[in-house]
Design a protein around this ligand. Structure first.
Ligand SMILES: [Zn+2]
Length: 217
C-alpha cells in the first residue's frame, strides 16, 4: 500500500495487553462503597500478595509521616469479555518527595526516578498508579492528591491507593467510565491467589465476597 506516512514513535501506553482475567484464583475484597452497588468503573484492580505485603510494610515504616510510591504492573484486557483490568505486581517507594505529616507530594524528579527504575528493573511493565499513606486520617483523596493524580497519573486506567497504617485501612480510587474521579468513593480489589487458601489482606475496612469463584482446572 502506498502512502505510509512517517510514524511518530509511540509510547507503549496505547493498547492493553490481551490476557485472561485471573478471577478464579483471586479473592475479591469489597469496600463499603462496593457493597452499596457497582461503580460505573472501567477498571478492575488485581493486586499480587507480594506487592500488598511490600506496600503494607512501607506504609507501617512511618507512623507519623506520609509515605508513598509507584504501583508497577500490567494494563490488560480480558481476551473474552474485553473488560479492562490492571495487575499490580511491584511497588517502588518514592524518593525525592517532600514529606510531612499533612501531605506527601511527588515532584518531577520522583517521576523521573520511577521511570528510570522501571526501565532498569521492570522492562515491559507500566506505572499503573501510585500509593500513599494517611496516618491517623481516613481513606480519601485530598484536593492535592486529586491534583497529583490528574497531573502525574492521567491515564484512565491509572489508580490511586490510600493506606491508613494505624487502623489498617486501604482503598483504591479508580476513574469511572466518564473519566471522573470521586475523592471519597474508594474500591476494594482482587487479591491474586487469595482464593488458594492463604489470604493475606488485613485491611479492616474491606470485606471478602462470600460467593467464591469456581477454581478453574
Ligand atoms: Zn493524601
Amino acid at each position: 500500500m502506498a502512502g505510509v506516512g512517517i510514524r511518530i514513535s509511540s509510547p507503549i501506553t496505547e493498547r492493553p495487553k490481551v490476557a485472561c482475567m485471573p478471577l478464579a484464583r483471586s479473592k475479591h475484597w469489597l469496600s463499603p462503597y462496593d457493597q452499596m452497588g457497582p461503580q460505573n468503573s472501567s477498571i478492575k484492580v488485581f493486586l499480587s500478595q507480594s506487592a500488598y505485603c511490600r506496600i503494607v510494610m512501607h506504609a507501617g515504616s512511618e507512623m507519623d509521616d506520609e509515605v508513598g510510591g509507584a504501583l508497577i504492573g500490567l494494563w490488560c484486557m480480558d481476551r473474552d469479555t474485553e473488560e479492562q483490568f490492571i495487575v499490580v505486581q511491584h511497588m517502588l517507594p518514592a524518593h525525592h518527595t517532600r514529606q510531612g505529616s499533612v501531605y506527601l507530594t511527588f515532584t518531577q524528579d520522583t517521576l523521573v526516578g520511577f521511570h528510570e527504575e522501571l526501565e532498569k528493573n521492570f522492562a515491559g511493565k507500566r506505572i499503573v498508579g501510585w500509593y500513599h499513606t494517611h496516618p491517623k486520617m481516613g481513606i480519601f483523596l485530598s484536593h492535592y492528591d486529586t491534583f497529583l493524580h490528574n497531573n502525574f497519573f492521567p491515564e484512565p486506567w491509572q489508580v490511586a491507593l490510600v493506606v491508613e497504617p494505624h487502623k489498617s485501612l486501604g482503598g483504591f480510587f479508580v476513574r469511572d467510565l466518564d473519566g471522573g474521579l470521586s475523592p471519597t468513593r474508594y474500591s476494594g480489589f482482587y487479591e491474586m491467589n487469595g482464593n488458594l487458601g492463604r489470604e493475606m489482606v488485613e485491611w479492616n475496612n474491606l470485606q471478602a465476597t462470600e460467593d467464591d469463584e469456581m477454581e478453574g482446572g
